[in-house]
Design a protein around this ligand. Structure first.
Ligand code: 13P
Length: 265
């Protein structure tokens, strides 16, 4: 794997570095990228934590030029499960890598719910991303109905096991995004989120014990500057995947600052 997400400290303790990713969804433009670049040009936060922006695909090259040079990483919002061929409208993982991407979001709940992406499709996308040298950010999370029916654990484990086939856990980020918290202003409580993050890390440990201590598990769903600190201080929350609040440069920067905490694994 290529991530330096975990580092040995002087005392040989393993600590995970935080990661904050902006998911612009179907928003933003080159002007907004410029405003980000200007802000992060003045900032050093990206030397301390990982910061990445996932703009719509047509802006990736602009993002590559403006952001990679100042240490802010770039990511795609989706990639094809196919390597190449007659798949009109698709973008391959290798094409994202060629455009300067380091990350790609896979299985966002909007892809699952609005574009009928199945768990089986996720596995192919994760494999394509890793084969292209990208770090996939696998998004999982339950609906309110599933949570209220007591199916939380089962849903999370099902999503993980179906997407993580032949996966290199050393080069994977997992984002827990409860569907009911996305764009609703209803964030999971820090304790609710921590419980699921622990569940996820324990599941990874059953597959890859060493990687489980290093893997970054991000929380997403109505993260704002004013609730980020409490969420990111939880033991197994290693940063965030930010939607709405990532469209405001100042607010996104404040969320990045809140993630500047190192935790023992
Ligand atoms: P919001 O931050 O707008 O709730 O979106 C979260 C999300 O879906 C990030 O991928």
């Amino acid at each position: 794997g290529t991530i330096c997400a975990a580092q040995r400290t002087g005392q040989e303790r393993l600590v995970r570095t935080s990661l904050v990713i902006a998911n612009w969804k179907l928003n933003g433009d080159a002007e907004l990228l410029k405003s980000f670049a200007e802000h992060f040009h003045q900032s050093e936060i990206q030397q301390h934590i990982g910061v990445a922006i996932c703009p719509p695909a047509v802006y990736l090259k602009t993002a590559d030029v403006l952001l990679n040079a100042i240490g802010v990483k770039v990511g795609g919002q989706n990639c094809s499960e196919f390597e190449q061929g007659a798949y009109t409208g698709e973008i391959s993982a290798q094409m994202l890598a060629d455009s300067g991407c380091r990350y790609v979001l896979i299985g966002h709940s909007e892809r699952r719910a609005l574009f009928a992406e199945s768990d089986a499709v996720m596995a192919g996308k994760v494999q394509q991303a890793q084969a292209a040298g990208l770090t996939p950010v696998l998004c999982i999370g339950e609906t309110l109905e599933q949570r209220e029916a007591g199916e939380l654990e089962q849903v999370i484990e099902q999503q993980l096991s179906s997407a993580c086939k032949e996966v290199d856990f050393e080069n994977l980020v997992i984002a827990y995004e409860p569907v009911w918290a996305i764009g609703t202003g209803k964030t999971a409580t820090p304790a609710q989120a921590q419980d699921v993050h622990r569940l996820i890390r324990n599941w990874v440990a059953t597959k890859a014990p060493e990687a489980a201590q290093k893997i970054q598990i991000l929380y997403g769903g109505s993260v704002k500057a004013d609730n980020a600190t409490e969420l990111f201080s939880q033991a197994d929350i290693d940063g965030g995947l930010i939607g709405g609040a990532s469209l405001d440069t100042e607010q996104f920067a404040a969320i990045c600052q809140a993630a500047n905490v190192k935790k023992d694994s």
